[in-house]
Write a protein that binds this ligand. Structure first.
Ligand SMILES: CC(C)(COP(=O)(O)OP(=O)(O)OC[C@H]1O[C@@H](n2cnc3c(N)ncnc32)[C@H](O)[C@@H]1OP(=O)(O)O)[C@@H](O)C(=O)NCCC(=O)NCCS
Length: 150
C-alpha cells in the first residue's frame, strides 16, 4: 500500500468527494465536500488530502486540516475526514493513514494534533488521548482527542 497526497493523484478527487459526502454529508451538499477536496489541490499548507492506494485503487483517505471544529479555533492542526473503503476495512489502512498524518505533522514542527469523533473506544486504541467534549456546529456533542507529537 502507498499513501500519497491527492495533488499527486488528482484523478481520485471525485471518488474521495463521494466517500466524504456519503459518510459525513448528512444535511449538506456534495458541492460542500467537492470544495474541500478541490481546495487541497492548490498547494497550500492546509488542507492536505492523502489517499491510500492498493494496486492502483483508492482504498482510503484522510485530511490534514487547519480547522475541523469551528467552535474550537484555538486548536490546530487536525486529522480529519478519515474514511476507509468498505471493502478495505479491518486491514490496517486506518492505522496507516493516522500514522502518516502524525508523521507529516511532526515533520512540519507541530507538537500536537487534534481530532474529533462521535464514537468512543476507537481512537484510544491508537494512543489518542480523550481531551473532553466539544460542539460540532450547530449543536452536536462530540469527543475531542489529542496526540502529543513531541
Ligand atoms: C472508522 C473507520 C475509519 C475505521 O476503519 P477500519 O479499517 O474498519 O478500522 P480498524 O480495522 O482499525 O478498526 C475496526 C474497528 O473499528 C470499529 N469502528 C468502526 N466504526 C465505528 C463506529 N462508528 N463506532 C464504533 N466503532 C467503530 C469497528 O467496530 C471495529 O471494531 P473491532 O476491531 O472491535 O471489530 C471506518 O470504519 C470508516 O471509514 N468509517 C466511516 C467514516 C468514519 O466514521 N470515519 C471516522 C470519523 S471520526
Amino acid at each position: 500500500m502507498q499513501i500519497l497526497p491527492l495533488n499527486e493523484v488528482p484523478q481520485f478527487a471525485e471518488q474521495i468527494t463521494d466517500w466524504l459526502w456519503q459518510a459525513f454529508g448528512a444535511g449538506t451538499t456534495r458541492e460542500f465536500y467537492a470544495s474541500i477536496v478541490q481546495s487541497s489541490l492548490n498547494g497550500a499548507d492546509f488542507p492536505v488530502t492523502f489517499v491510500a492506494l492498493d494496486a492502483g485503487r483508492a482504498v482510503g483517505t484522510v485530511g490534514f486540516w487547519r480547522c475541523d471544529l469551528i467552535s474550537r479555533q484555538d486548536l490546530y492542526p487536525w486529522l480529519a475526514a478519515l474514511y476507509i473503503d468498505e471493502n478495505a476495512r479491518g486491514q490496517g489502512v486506518s492505522q496507516a493513514l493516522q500514522q502518516h498524518v502524525i508523521h507529516y505533522a511532526r515533520q512540519r514542527g507541530y507538537n500536537r494534533l487534534w481530532l474529533w469523533s462521535t464514537f468512543a473506544g476507537y481512537y484510544e486504541r491508537f494512543g489518542w488521548q480523550f481531551a473532553g467534549e466539544a460542539l460540532e456546529y450547530p449543536h452536536t456533542r462530540v469527543r475531542l482527542y489529542q496526540k502529543k507529537l513531541s
